[in-house]
Design a protein around this ligand. Structure first.
Ligand code: GLU
Ligand code: ZN
Length: 312
């Protein structure tokens, strides 16, 4: 099978060394295997996306010597696909509206159960306040509400009846093929490792994530799964800060895969370590000092950048 990798930056600031590393890694892997490297513009959050940052992405990556198929996918142009995926989930009764503010979530968590982790891939783990009011036991008769925040009812999703019982294992109470993903990155001890997770682990460490943001028409987890599936990405290269989120992506992929004229087949993952600054802090968009364009204006060559991130 042809290897398809991607780099999916958000045009909300300059690309820095960490982005260069991720993009070059994904690019090199596909080139080495005669595959395809895709560039995707993750501009779902239109309140933060800027055209000049998008232009800068093209410029920086071209300068680094990368090439990609054009035109590249932009999330802002794919709303109809996100809508179809959300509607499919809604019609299965797997979503509910959440009206909590960040503060509400913090307050509801102020007396957490002992030992329960508080942080998941999206920050505070949602305590389920609105789930309790949502009557989610039935399949909804109303159509999906628009311009509201929607969360995935994870517990319900993990025991969804459309999954045939023979797929369930006693150990995980989840379809066996779902309870894992293949990790190819340095986190795996061997060349490839099956990363397993249980239903309980997911409920405790991830919770009911937001799949549609009130102001955006979708949310990251939903969009990234639809995007990667639509683009047939089979080797997802990205930072290891997203390792935990991969569990939710596996579940979402399975849930929407056959409903949205997409054909989901789980990609392999390569989670790479994040590039850090001199004091060990991960680089952020605001670290303009590490911007690729800055190194470039100071006379660095693409080869120098490769060396700096340890790719040569
Ligand atoms: N746009 C996302 C980011 O910048 C992409 C994440 C991913 O690779 O899944 O973090
Ligand atoms: Zn809520």
């Amino acid at each position: 099978m042809k290897l398809i990798t991607r780099f999916a930056p958000s045009p909300t600031g300059p690309l820095h060394l960490g982005h260069a590393y991720s993009a070059m890694l994904a690019h090199d892997m596909s080139v080495a295997e005669g595959g395809d490297f895709l560039l995707r513009i993750d501009d779902l959050d239109q309140s933060r996306a800027r055209e000049h940052w998008e232009e800068q992405i093209y410029e920086d990556l071209s300068w680094l010597g990368l090439s990609w198929a054009t035109p590249c996918r932009k999330q802002s142009e794919c709303q109809s696909q996100y809508d179809r995926a959300l509607t499919a989930l809604w019609d299965k009764g797997l979503l509910y509206e959440c009206t909590c503010s960040r503060r509400d979530i913090r307050d509801a968590q102020s007396a957490p159960q002992e030992g329960a982790p508080l942080l998941g891939p999206d920050g505070l783990i949602y305590p389920g306040t609105c789930r309790a009011h949502s009557g989610v036991d039935e399949v909804p008769t109303n159509s999906r509400p628009k311009n509201v925040t929607l969360r995935l009812n994870l517990s319900k999703a993990l025991s969804h009846p459309t999954w045939s019982s023979k797929l369930f294992t006693k150990r995980t109470a989840m379809p066996e093929e779902l309870a894992c993903f293949i990790e190819m990155g340095p986190l795996a001890n061997t060349r490839a490792q099956t990363y397993e997770f249980t239903r309980e682990q997911m409920l405790a460490t991830i919770g009911d994530v937001v799949v549609c943001r009130k102001d955006m028409g979708a949310a990251y987890h939903l969009a990234v799964v639809v995007d990667d599936t639509a683009q047939k990405v089979n080797h997802v290269v990205r930072g290891d800060d997203l390792l935990e989120a991969t569990m939710i992506h596996r579940i979402l992929g399975h849930l929407i895969g056959n409903d949205v004229d997409l054909s989901y087949s789980p990609p392999n993952y390569y989670h790479h370590p994040l590039v850090r600054d001199d004091v060990g802090k991960r680089l952020a968009k605001r670290d303009d000092a590490r911007a690729i364009s800055k190194y470039r204006s100071e006379g660095a060559s693409p080869q120098d950048i490769r060396k700096m991130v340890g790719l040569d």
